[in-house]
Design a binder for this molecule. Structure first.
Ligand SMILES: C[S@@+](CC[C@H](N)C(=O)[O-])C[C@H]1O[C@@H](n2cnc3c(N)ncnc32)[C@H](O)[C@@H]1O
Length: 304
């Protein structure tokens, strides 16, 4: 099945679909470094540009539209402005793209959207209700679920909401959680460069348990990692980011380890700076989760 991918980033969501046998025919992101990584790793190059400026008639016919639309407006860490923040309106851009395809006589049968867990409860559930209504107007049956990456074979807690939207009248069932025995310690690189180790001074700040009225216990060497974040290059306290102990001391995760925690294959090429790589993997959908969803859709839609 042919896939068009919006907000593709470095390609976590796309990678799962490719692995499940889908064919990406078009993808887009406006971050040139994310596109650089994407183009090194996929056969089909992503178009680099702002989706608001792209001629929608240039998006080719496809059966499946996928996209993790930017989540800042819905994230707990953001200001919770939802649709009033212009980035929130990118959801409506997705609707416009579907409408454009529909008018050209080839509406995608399947749409898969991803976002932060908070999407479901934002504005007392009204934000999600609006989205569901918009998707239903376009004749989709909408199936939402929160999936945790730790349940799909990677040692990382990462809760994300997936909306599987199907034109076929079937009751879609999300893939069941799998047994996961992998621990962070199993995916660590050996002999990593000194730059990843923390100085005594930074270590003290990183390990502090919070300031003022805010307290959170800083723990390191967790067997299941905390959610990777797009801003982890900045190094937050150990209650927010992941740090591990190795023979030379305490260190941050390397970009390759972040790629592993997101289910990317060992062959995945990383040629951007560390800061860009952390951002890309922190933004990505876990490949294992994407693969499990992509595979389950194929099975259920084809059975139909
Ligand atoms: C959460 S990330 C998506 C990650 C991707 N789904 C993955 O699995 O790797 C959101 C992406 O949307 C892109 N983006 C945000 N606004 C955009 C716009 N107006 N046009 C194109 N891309 C945009 C960002 O550059 C970012 O890479």
């Amino acid at each position: 099945m042919r896939v068009a991918s919006l907000f593709c980033g470095c390609g976590g969501l796309d990678m799962g679909f490719v692995k499940a046998g889908y064919d990406i025919v078009w993808s887009n992101d406006f971050d040139k470094y994310a596109v650089q990584t994407y183009n090194l790793n996929f056969n089909h190059p992503a178009v680099c540009g702002d989706i608001n400026k792209i001629d929608l008639n240039d998006i080719p016919e496809h059966d499946v539209l996928i996209g993790g639309f930017p989540c800042q407006p819905f994230s707990m860490m953001g200001k919770e402005q939802g649709f009033s923040d212009h980035r929130g309106t990118l959801f409506f851009k997705v609707m416009e793209i579907i409408n454009n395809q529909r008018e050209r006589g080839h509406q995608p049968r399947i749409v898969v959207l991803e976002n932060v867990r908070n999407l479901m409860t934002h504005d007392k559930g009204r934000t999600f209700a609006v989205m569901k209504q918009e998707l239903e107007k376009l004749e989709y049956h909408v199936f939402p679920a929160n999936l945790n990456s730790a349940d799909y074979g990677v040692p990382q807690t990462r809760n994300r909401v997936f909306l599987v939207c199907l034109m076929d009248d079937i009751k879609y069932i999300f893939p069941a959680p799998e047994r996961n025995e992998k621990k962070v310690q199993d995916i660590l690189e050996q002999n990593v460069k000194d730059k990843y180790f923390l100085s005594e001074r930074i270590l003290k700040t990183i390990m502090s348990n919070g300031t003022g009225g805010y307290y959170a216990k800083s723990e390191i060497d967790l067997p299941i990692a905390r959610p990777l974040t797009a801003t982890m290059a900045k190094m937050h306290r150990a209650c927010q980011d992941n740090y591990v102990t190795q023979e030379k001391g305490v260190r941050r995760l390397t970009p390759r380890e972040c790629a592993r925690l997101q289910g990317f294959p060992e062959t995945f090429k990383i040629e951007v700076s560390d800061a860009q790589a952390y951002k890309q993997f922190g933004n990505a959908v876990t490949v294992n989760v994407s693969y499990a969803i992509a595979k389950s859709i194929l099975e259920q839609v084809e059975n139909e």
